[in-house]
Each structure stands twice: as structure tokens, then as C-alpha cells.
Design a protein around this ligand. Structure first.
Ligand code: IPE
Ligand code: IPE
Ligand code: MG
Length: 262
């Protein structure tokens, strides 16, 4: 990982890295800002869409690896609200890829018992993309919480908070909630991600060290891992290194360590 020398792990194989994981300390929910697809393609003299296409293979691998490890929730940032400002050609290509991914991966998601969900302002997506999203959500809705794959599409963290406030105000006007009763737990219930727990680990690829309007509320106490690896190159070994890095972190949530508190 970028900010932690991992040289002592460089010589280890994937199975040796897996064996180093502490099963009881695995994150329950991993969030990923999948960045660097365009640069991956440009480095190879390819059109940007080639990077997005290759990035889908990383998504597939990470989903399978989460299943293998027993990580129950994976939330991936696929298209931000701000990404609507990209050239129309790239947006159309991305929407086409989304439809292709859903139409071809649905069967394997169902077979693996992965529940598929989306968060974001889906109504802004082209009708055909919305169709595949809704179909996949419906077809996997019954799957018993083995793993939830949440894809953030047309997503903005501030827009999510705006939508939560609107929901709260509507319910207050209808008289089903009292303003005095609003607390953090209640706000959480109005967020798109409800009922998922907050992410334990956020990974951002491609060397950028910002949040880019992702899960602003939910990341309050998430451990952040930044890696220079571009998303299409972020495969099983990289994920294991991120998990090992996470397991070294001391999550204090504002408290003083019990060993030094006296
Ligand atoms: C991330 O890769 C995918 C999306 C934002 C859709 P980018 O397309 O941002 O790739 P870079 O950052 O330009 O390399
Ligand atoms: C964040 O990546 C959004 C997604 C990965 C979908 P961007 O490439 O859009 O973010 P910025 O513009 O570098 O902050
Ligand atoms: Mg980017």
C-alpha cells in the first residue's frame, strides 16, 4: 500500500498473505473508490473505455474474494454525480459497460448468492441502464445476506444527505416523526445505505488521497487506505495487502487505549 512499506510482504505468495490474515479482525464492510481506469488505458495507448472495461475484471475478482473471506458487504463507487460532467461519449460508453456487466454477471451473482443493490440518483441513468439495474436488484433481492454488493451510481454523498433531510422533513410533515426525536441513528435510517453498517475500510486506488463526495456521513470512523495501484491492476494480492494493512490499524473511536489509560 502507498503509505505503508509492504516490502516485507513482497516475497509472499497469495496463499501466504491469506494465511497471515486474522479471521476475527476482517472488516465487515469494505468500500472502494475505484479510480485510475483512464490512466491505466492511457499508459497503454488505449482509449479510456479500455481501462473501464478492464476495471470490471477487478470488480469481479474482489467480489469473489470477499465471498471467500466472508466479508459481507462491498460497496463500490462506479459513477459519481460529478462524473456527469465528463464528455458525453465517455458517459455513454460507461453506461453501455454497466448494462453489459449487469446483463452478463447477473447469473453469476445469483449463483454466488450475492445480493446486488445500488445507491444514488438512479433516475438520471438512461432507461435501459435503469432497467438492468432494477432487474438485477429484483432478481437478487431474496438472497439471504451472504454478501451485499452495493454499486454507487450517479451517487453523491451530499445529495444523499439532502435526500435524507427531505425524507425526514416529509415524515415530520406527515406527523410520523417528531423533530425532537431526530438523532444520529434516525438520520442513518434515511440514508441510501441503510441498513448496512458503516464501512470499516475504505480503499482508494490510483494515488489520489481524497474522498470525492463518497459516503460522507458513513466514513466518519472508517480506516482509509490509499494505494498508487490503478484500479484495473488492483487484484487479489493488492486486496490482501490492504486487508493486512487494515488489521494493523488501531481503531480507537475517540477513546484512550485500555493499555495506556491508567
Ligand atoms: C475511475 O476511473 C472510474 C470512474 C470515475 C468512472 P477514472 O475514469 O476516473 O480514471 P482516471 O482517474 O481518469 O485515471
Ligand atoms: C471518483 O473518481 C468517482 C469514482 C471512482 C466513480 P473521480 O476520478 O471522478 O474523482 P476525482 O475527480 O479525481 O476527485
Ligand atoms: Mg479518476
Amino acid at each position: 500500500m502507498a503509505q505503508t512499506p509492504s516490502s516485507n510482504l513482497d516475497h509472499l505468495s497469495e496463499s501466504e498473505l491469506t494465511a497471515k490474515l486474522e479471521p476475527d479482525l476482517l472488516p465487515k464492510h469494505v468500500a472502494v473508490i475505484m479510480d485510475g481506469n483512464g490512466r491505466w488505458a492511457e499508459l497503454r495507448g488505449l482509449p479510456r473505455i479500455a481501462g473501464h472495461r478492464e476495471g470490471i475484471n477487478s470488480v469481479r475478482e474482489m467480489t469473489t474474494q470477499c465471498l471467500e473471506l466472508g466479508i459481507q458487504a462491498l460497496t463500490i463507487y462506479a459513477f459519481s454525480q460529478e462524473n456527469w460532467n465528463r464528455p458525453t461519449q465517455e458517459i455513454s460508453a460507461l453506461m453501455g459497460l454497466l448494462e453489459h456487466y449487469l446483463s452478463t454477471e447477473r447469473a453469476s451473482l445469483i449463483e454466488q448468492r450475492v445480493r446486488f443493490r445500488t445507491i444514488g440518483r438512479l433516475e438520471l441513468l438512461p432507461q435501459s441502464a435503469q432497467h438492468w439495474v432494477r432487474t438485477t436488484e429484483k432478481e437478487t433481492a431474496h438472497l439471504d445476506n451472504k454478501m451485499v454488493l452495493t454499486v454507487a451510481l450517479s451517487y453523491g454523498g451530499r445529495a444523499e444527505i439532502v435526500d435524507a433531510v427531505r425524507g425526514l422533513l416529509n415524515d415530520a410533515r406527515a406527523g410520523t416523526i417528531q423533530p425532537d426525536h431526530v438523532d444520529e441513528a434516525m438520520i442513518q435510517q434515511y440514508l441510501y445505505t441503510h441498513p448496512l453498517p458503516d464501512p470499516d475500510l475504505l480503499i482508494r486506488t490510483s494515488g489520489e488521497t481524497r474522498i470525492s463526495n463518497f459516503l460522507l456521513w458513513q466514513l466518519a470512523y472508517t480506516e482509509l487506505c490509499f494505494t498508487p495501484t490503478l484500479w484495473p491492476d488492483f487484484r487479489r494480492r493488492e486486496f490482501l495487502l490492504a486487508l493486512l494493512e487494515y488489521q494493523k490499524r488501531e481503531r480507537r473511536f475517540g477513546r484512550i487505549l485500555s493499555t495506556v489509560s491508567s
